[in-house]
Structure formats: structure tokens, C-alpha cells
Design a binder for this molecule. Structure first.
Ligand code: SAH
Length: 215
């Protein structure tokens, strides 16, 4: 039987997101609407709305729905923002961000995943304001800076300076930082030339690679 995907997503949002305290109505609406099932490999489609990350090839994963929602909520997007996502992966989080911001640039270090993300976004009609670029996002993407918001979807040993530098003022950055398999999701708010930090949750992301990442 073919699942009723709209219903699967509605249940996912209800149980996994609202049930755990996600309150941003725009994030919740985006995650009800974006077809997550179209961003996972065909063989994983039946588990697309499950409460877990899913392998997307090249040792990478599409994050657990809750983590995507929490990161998006941390960015406090109202619809006018320009956003940088580091680690496009499947393109799913970029699609969610694209639904609640003005423009998204998503950078991906694995060329095959960048191509797949791009295709997923086009196929689902989400490419209008979301662009995928190939490259090492540990250095940010200076050509598009400054950004009102930056979301990093891979665990970094430290906060890359380039990302703080390319964050606008005001601006919000969300990034998992810490040892390889045990990080804090840190949120930086830049305002009036100062940066305030808080920790949103503990988490476990795939490692950030490249010049500012794990070698
Ligand atoms: N946001 C993605 C989740 C991706 S997992 C989604 O919704 O599907 C993290 C991704 O970060 C992986 O695809 C990995 O290849 C990528 N990545 C790791 N280091 C990177 C770097 N330095 N620059 C850009 N992408 C990177």
C-alpha cells in the first residue's frame, strides 16, 4: 500500500516536533508541506518520516526531523532573510529553510551529493530560491555574504572563524561543536557588534570535513 504521505508528515510533525517543544508555526508548516520522502534514497522511502537520521550515501545522512526543525527554529526566520546552509546533503533542510526564508545558498563538499541535492530541490519545485553550490563550506561562501542566518549541518571541532565573519549583524548562526561523536548545538546571536552564545541541545552529527573540519 502506498502511504498517505501528507498524513505521515502530519503525524511526524505532531509527535516528533510539537511533542518535543518545537513551536515556530512556520517551521511546523514547512515540515508538513515539504515532501521529505522525496529527499531520501528510494529504498529508504518507507522510513522517511521516522524519528531517526537516514543514510543518503557517501557515509552521510539526512538529519532526524527533530534536529532539522530545531535548527530552523533557532534561526528565528521571518521570511526576509538570506541564509547559508553548510552541508546540503539531500537538500531537505535547505528546502525547509527555503520555505521560511527569502533565499538559501546550500554548500556541499561531496560533489555527488551536491548534484543530488540540486536535483531533489528541482524535482520538488523548491529550487526557485534555493541554490546548491559545490565546495568546502567550512570557509563559508564569501560570494554571498553577509548572511542573516547560517546553519551548519556537520559537527565541527571548533567554530570556523569565516562563518562568524560572514554572519551579518544582526544575525544568528547554529552549529554543532565538539568531539567527533558528541557535540553541543551552539547558537550564536550577533547583535550590535557583539556575539552571545547559548547551547540549544546535545547532539551527534556527521563530522565537518575540509580545511576547518576533521582530517
Ligand atoms: N542538511 C542535510 C544533512 C546533511 S549531513 C540534509 O538535510 O540532508 C551533513 C552534510 O555535510 C554531508 O552531506 C556532508 O558531505 C556535508 N559536509 C561535511 N563537511 C562539509 C564542508 N566542509 N562543507 C560542505 N559540506 C560539508
Amino acid at each position: 500500500m502506498i502511504p498517505d504521505w501528507a498524513e505521515e508528515r502530519r503525524k511526524m510533525v505532531e509527535a516528533q516536533l510539537i511533542g518535543r517543544g518545537i513551536r515556530d508555526a512556520r517551521v511546523l508548516a514547512a515540515m508538513r508541506e515539504i515532501p521529505r520522502e522525496d529527499f531520501v534514497p528510494p529504498e529508504a522511502r518507507v522510513t522517511a518520516c521516522g524519528d531517526a537520521p537516514i543514510g543518503i550515501g557517501w557515509g552521510q545522512t539526512i538529519s532526524q526531523p527533530y534536529m532539522t526543525a530545531l535548527m530552523a527554529e533557532c534561526l528565528e526566520l521571518s521570511g526576509s532573510e538570506r541564509v547559508l546552509e553548510v552541508g546540503a546533503g539531500s537538500g531537505y533542510a535547505a528546502a525547509v529553510l527555503g520555505a521560511i526564508a527569502r533565499e538559501v545558498i546550500a554548500i556541499e563538499i561531496v560533489p555527488e551529493l551536491a548534484a543530488a541535492a540540486s536535483m531533489n530541490l528541482r524535482r520538488t519545485g523548491r529550487a526557485r530560491n534555493v541554490r546548491v553550490v559545490d565546495g568546502d563550506g567550512g570557509w563559508g561562501y564569501p560570494a554571498g555574504a553577509p548572511y542573516d542566518a547560517i546553519s551548519v549541518a556537520a559537527g565541527a571541532p571548533d567554530v570556523p572563524f569565516s562563518l562568524l565573519d560572514q554572519l551579518g549583524d544582526p544575525g544568528i548562526l547554529v552549529i554543532p561543536v565538539g568531539p567527533r561523536d558528541d557535540q553541543e548545538l551552539r547558537v550564536a546571536r550577533k547583535r550590535g557588534g557583539r556575539i552571545e552564545w547559548r547551547v540549544a541541545t546535545l547532539c551527534r552529527f556527521v563530522p565537518l570535513r575540509g580545511g576547518e573540519g576533521w582530517r
